[in-house]
Design a protein around this ligand. Sequence first.
Ligand code: GUN
Length: 280
Amino acid sequence: MSAIMIDGKAVAERIKAGLKVRVEKLQQSGKTPGLAVILVGSDPASRVYVNMKKKACAALGIYSEEYALAENTTETELLKLINDLNNNPNIHGILLQLPLPGHLDENKMLEAISPLKDVDGFHPVNVGKLMTGIPGFLPCTPAGVMDLIRESGISIAGKECVVVGRSNIVGKPQAILLLREHGTVTICHSRTPDLASVCRRADILVAAVGKAGLITAEMVKPGAVVIDVGVNRTPDGKLVGDVDFDQVYQVAGWITPVPGGVGPMTIAKLMENTVISAEN
Ligand code: GUN
């Protein structure tokens, strides 16, 4: 038996089609949603992501501004830009592309973004709202993963959910979102002694580490929902996730491909947060 493919690209297109209508409605009332994207330095992967985000804005009629800052930008300079954008009425969302160069304090920079414009959901106020279940901006990748799990038709309540990876961007918020839907959630990471046996318990397995081939077929319970958040380049330049797709496809019940799974959802949810911010 082989798994059902969860088509993230198709789900993302459906979300964006709905957003286009909402953007047109906002425009009719004289308001164009605006997103500011800040990129510090020249990380090639970040450049690709920023370009994709700007392209998605253009396709939906969302105004976007890019601030490409030099690698040696100081905290004072970045804080000044963030403060200006916080006070700019044409900007409804501010995205600070991560990772930042090492001399910049990531938490301090993220905390400077107004929680009302924090469309990435990384500000401590929005993280706190996520924890307590108060409506706020949800981080885009984990929120997109929740949509993909819903797409499989599997209910989360009572299910064994295993999240591999504990980043602030994906692993931790993913675990909380699954918990909010009444999953029994385990977070695994690099110090987990027997990763395979924990993963094998999962009805819903989310891999978000950034290590090609980490999740093999032996680690997957037959019929499980497998969501691959990883984005890795093989030595020959191929884009792959954290899941050994060809093997796991034979065992899982549902699986997301890379590319075309979680990636497009991250962008769609960012657009959604920006539209919500403008509507607010
Ligand atoms: N770097 C990797 N993923 C993300 C994301 O979702 N948002 C931002 N701002 N930076 C990232």
